[in-house]
Write a protein that binds this ligand. Structure first.
Ligand code: IMP
Ligand code: MG
Length: 180
């Protein structure tokens, strides 16, 4: 890894908690299905999805939950453009209303791949929920149905997001500053 630090908090854990709560309300308001399946994109979504679903029951939402692992990034901070499934879901989503949960929408390659992948499996509908969005970086024209925060084009870690597999455990979103 290049020398760097992650001292600057961009989004605090309290801000995340508040926004996650709002997102659950938004999702509950626009979701009336008894066949909801949440699909978390690993590994970046693990903390976000865990916090999101905690309050689902109180909002009358009873999803099945599964995960799939998609990979497109190497050890660095830029996408190589190719997305592939390295671990697929196990639940049958035929006819189901699927909500894909991902950490961040950047070029859009990962999320658009995920949407296609779930549609190909016969989902009745596919929506998306992301914690972060970097709209300036979009290569593929896609937007998220539910998004936590829009951010500038900076590299961030924490709350599930990594730099070379590190920092996923941080309870907040921090900016990565590269130093010499
Ligand atoms: P996309 O396919 O370019 O939209 O990239 C989405 C994926 O890139 C996310 O699921 C993340 O794994 C990764 N990614 C993009 N930006 C960042 C960042 O700032 N920090 C950590 N991971 C990122
Ligand atoms: Mg990811």
């Amino acid at each position: 890894m290049d020398s760097h630090h992650v001292n600057d908090i961009l989004i605090s854990s309290l801000e995340i908690e508040t926004r996650v709560d709002e997102l659950v309300h938004e999702i509950a308001k626009s979701t009336s299905t008894d066949n909801l399946v949440l699909v978390g994109v690993l590994r970046g979504s693990f903390m976000f999805i865990a916090d999101l679903v905690r309050d689902f029951n109180n909002h009358g939402l009873h999803p099945r939950i599964d995960f799939m692992t998609l990979e497109s990034y190497g050890a660095g901070t830029t996408s190589n453009g190719n997305v592939r499934v390295t671990k697929d879901i196990h639940v049958d989503v035929t006819g189901a209303d699927v909500l894909i949960i991902d950490d961040i929408l950047d070029s859009g390659r990962t999320l658009s791949f995920a949407v296609k992948h779930l549609n190909n499996k016969g989902a009745g509908s596919v929506k998306t929920c992301t914690l972060l969005d970097k709209p300036s970086q979009r290569v593929i024209d896609i937007s998220s149905d539910f998004n936590g925060f829009s951010i500038e084009d900076i590299f961030v870690v924490g709350y599930g997001l990594d730099y070379d597999s590190y920092y996923r455990e941080l309870p907040h979103i921090a900016k990565v500053t590269f130093t010499n």
